[in-house]
Design a protein around this ligand. Structure first.
Ligand SMILES: Cc1cc2nc3c(=O)[nH]c(=O)nc-3n(C[C@H](O)[C@H](O)[C@H](O)COP(=O)(O)OP(=O)(O)OC[C@H]3O[C@@H](n4cnc5c(N)ncnc54)[C@H](O)[C@@H]3O)c2cc1C
Length: 378
């Protein structure tokens, strides 16, 4: 296959990983990014590299997530070797924490269902005593939990930095402060014309749309259906503490620097990425119930960030049928899936690898089926 130029619109975790993967595979790549005015989930997320519980309603997604986290160590190592940036990957497993026996039992049913459908996603269900033996800091209010040895976490800001540095190291052009407003398919010249708000223009035979919340309007211009909407998550961070939490959990994770990140709210508030006292209070209370040691530490920061969610919470990866060479990618697990976006999606969108198997499941047209209803509650 011949390497054609690929323009990637969007330099968050999804676009940067795809662009990096395309450049790594040998394609000439240009990345266009809006820059500081943008809403960026990639700068406000929780940093989990997570597979347990993913894809209960879509086994192809469970398999995709499993394979993606398996690729993560290779991505972390190559980014370190190429850029000198250590993304602080820690992947010795992760714990989900439950507060009632009913919740833990429901968890077991779900994890068994996923593992039966897909295989290769090992898990353990732990009661309070068994969990306490592994995570001595848990409080009395914790009923139990689940553990998956494939899970982990990483520093998402360093990941974004490493991907951008890796792009440059592999010869890609990265252009920021560019607000792409128009994408025109020009079949007569076999390319796309991409225009920014300030009138700049670029041309390439391939374009990958990875522009987060802008994907819906941009994708529609090249015959793709990519409905996404914002969903706010608030996250808190504590002062630095001595290490007490050797594994990430879905409620809290201690970073390699010692601070503890506490998550997170799930709020439908449009494009408001602010913080609220009520959400901060609820997150802090839940964290203290989980790990009572946190009751006496200081919070140093709180922020809100907007998730990029499809109606069912699963990704969209698709090439346009009416404008071949135009692709869209959106995912609510930009950290967890980063290695698959780099090693699989990037080469595919650059035309250097075939479409991954059973990718029809990720087509945006699924949302046009009037017989289906969707929920992205997570
Ligand atoms: C609170 C919270 C916690 C999360 N926790 C996790 C987690 O633990 N693990 C995990 O895997 N995922 C997590 N996520 C999700 C993860 O952050 C996202 O999947 C990921 O950041 C999405 O990346 P993105 O590049 O699609 O979007 P964004 O980060 O939103 O980036 C979009 C990019 O597109 C650019 N852009 C937008 N419009 C245009 C335009 N018109 N022209 C040019 N450029 C444009 C912007 O500049 C921006 O850089 C979390 C998200 C939140 C909010």
């Amino acid at each position: 296959m011949q390497a054609e130029e690929l323009i990637v619109v969007g330099g968050g975790l999804v676009g940067a990983a795809i662009a990096y993967g395309a450049a790594r595979a040998g394609a000439p790549v240009t990345l266009l990014d809006q820059g500081d005015i943008a809403h960026r989930a990639s700068r406000g997320n929780f940093g989990l590299v997570w597979v347990q519980s993913k894809g209960e309603k879509l086994p192809r997604y469970a398999r995709w997530s499993r394979d993606a986290v398996t690729l993560w160590p290779a991505l972390a190592k190559e980014l370190l070797d190429l850029t000198g940036v250590d993304v602080a990957l820690r992947q010795q497993g992760g714990f989900w924490i439950g507060f009632s026996d009913a919740e833990v039992q429901a968890r077991q049913v779900m994890l068994e269902k996923i593992n039966t459908a897909v295989g290769g996603i090992p898990y353990e269900i732990l009661d309070h005593a068994a969990l306490k033996a592994r995570l001595p800091a848990i409080g009395k209010g914790v009923a139990g939990g689940s553990f998956c040895p494939l899970d982990g976490d990483a520093n998402p800001l360093l990941l974004l930095h490493a991907l951008h540095a890796g792009l440059k190291a592999r010869g890609a052009r990265v252009i920021s402060s560019v607000d792409v407003t128009q994408i025109k398919h020009r079949p007569q010249s076999s390319d796309f014309e991409i225009t920014s708000q300030d009138g700049q223009r670029w041309h390439a035979p391939r374009v990958a749309l990875a522009a987060g919340l802008s994907n819906t309007t941009l994708a529609a211009q090249v015959g793709l259906h990519a409905p996404v909407s914002p969903n706010r998550g608030q996250v808190l961070i504590t002062e630095r503490l001595k290490p007490f939490l050797p594994y990430p959990t879905n409620k809290a994770r201690q970073t390699n620097e010692g601070s503890v990140q506490l998550g997170y709210s799930v709020e439908d508030v449009g494009l408001d990425d602010g913080t609220t006292v009520s959400a901060i209070e609820a997150i802090a209370k839940r964290a203290i119930t989980t790990f009572p040691i946190l009751g006496s530490v200081r919070l140093v920061r709180a922020w809100g960030a907007l998730r990029v969610l499809t109606p069912d919470g699963f990704p969209i990866y698709q090439e346009s049928a009416s404008c071949p060479g135009a692709f869209v990618a959106t995912s609510h697990s930009g950290v967890s899936l980063a290695a698959a976006h780099a090693h699989v999606i990037g080469p595919w969108m650059a035309g250097l690898a075939p479409t991954p198997d059973e990718f029809d499941y990720f087509a945006g047209e699924r949302f046009l089926d009037p017989t289906r209803s969707f929920s992205n509650a997570h």
